[in-house]
Design a protein around this ligand. Structure first.
Ligand SMILES: C[S@@+](CC[C@H](N)C(=O)[O-])C[C@H]1O[C@@H](n2cnc3c(N)ncnc32)[C@H](O)[C@@H]1O
Length: 239
């Protein structure tokens, strides 16, 4: 059966990440660039770190300074299992929007999240909770310019937040500096582009395009690349 891509957010996202945890390691080219850029901007050498949507450890693996405590939360069991382990690392197989869990974790020097917050259902409540429990934040969040041309062609609506709405919300709780980065990823043909979407874990689980519509999209997609838009935000809580 053909593995058709889909472009919607559904509750099956976690299952999607778990199923794809092994292949995710090899198909997350943009997410790897994103996390590198995010961690490279952190100059404060924070020692107590909370990572929301820690996945298999991309953030942890890039930390090259001494740390005291690293807490990772990820709701995909398989991703957590691939995460490095040590006596300094605490991993929670849970939803990072579980506010009662967050409130029990104590205070952090920094909360980091790379390529994960775009899945949140209620960012406002999350930011409101986070702003009382950390000295700093560093977030990289995919925005609705991701797969822009595909959304324009299909007239589907992206589930991803707009950079403007995100920035506005972030600035309500944090005194922050934001940067937008656009990435493109080249492919040899359209089929591999859509396979990439499927395997990267960026798609949801529910199909919204008919087979015919998908075929037409694959045939007519005009570029040799896929588009990604990411908001980077660094800041301190407003007190
Ligand atoms: C694209 S991956 C990024 C993983 C890692 N931060 C990186 O940069 O490679 C997104 C991760 O967020 C996790 N995730 C998404 N929504 C979540 C939620 N509400 N609670 C916990 N984890 C979540 C997924 O399971 C997945 O492991």
């Amino acid at each position: 059966m053909t593995d058709y891509p889909d472009f919607s957010k559904t509750d099956t996202t976690t299952a999607e990440f778990s199923r794809r945890a092994e292949t995710y390691q090899h198909h997350n080219i943009i997410q790897r660039k994103v996390v590198k850029h995010l961690i490279a901007q952190i100059t404060s050498q924070p020692s107590k770190i909370l990572d929301l949507g820690c996945g298999s450890g991309a953030v942890y693996n890039l930390i090259d300074w001494k740390i005291e405590r690293f807490v990772g939360i990820d709701k995909a069991d398989m991703m957590c299992r691939l995460h490095p382990q040590s006596d300094k690392i605490e991993l929670f197989h849970d939803n990072f929007e579980n506010l009662s869990l967050l409130q029990k974790l104590g205070h952090f020097d920094i909360v980091i999240s790379s390529s994960a917050l775009q899945w949140a259902n209620d960012l406002e409540s999350l930011f409101q909770t986070l702003h009382t429990m950390t000295d700093e934040i560093a977030f990289a969040i995919f925005c609705n310019g991701t797969f822009k041309t595909i959304y324009e062609m299909t007239q589907l609506e992206s589930f991803l937040p707009s950079k403007e709405s995100l920035q506005q919300l972030l600035e309500k709780y944090f005194d922050c500096q934001c940067e937008i980065k656009n990435y493109t990823l080249e492919f040899q043909d359209n089929i591999s582009k859509f396979r990439y979407i499927k395997r990267s874990g960026v798609s949801g689980g529910k199909k919204r395009l008919s087979v015919q519509e998908t075929r037409s999209l694959i045939r007519n997609y005009p570029f040799s690349y896929l588009e990604f838009e990411v908001l980077f935000c660094f800041g301190k809580p407003r007190r």
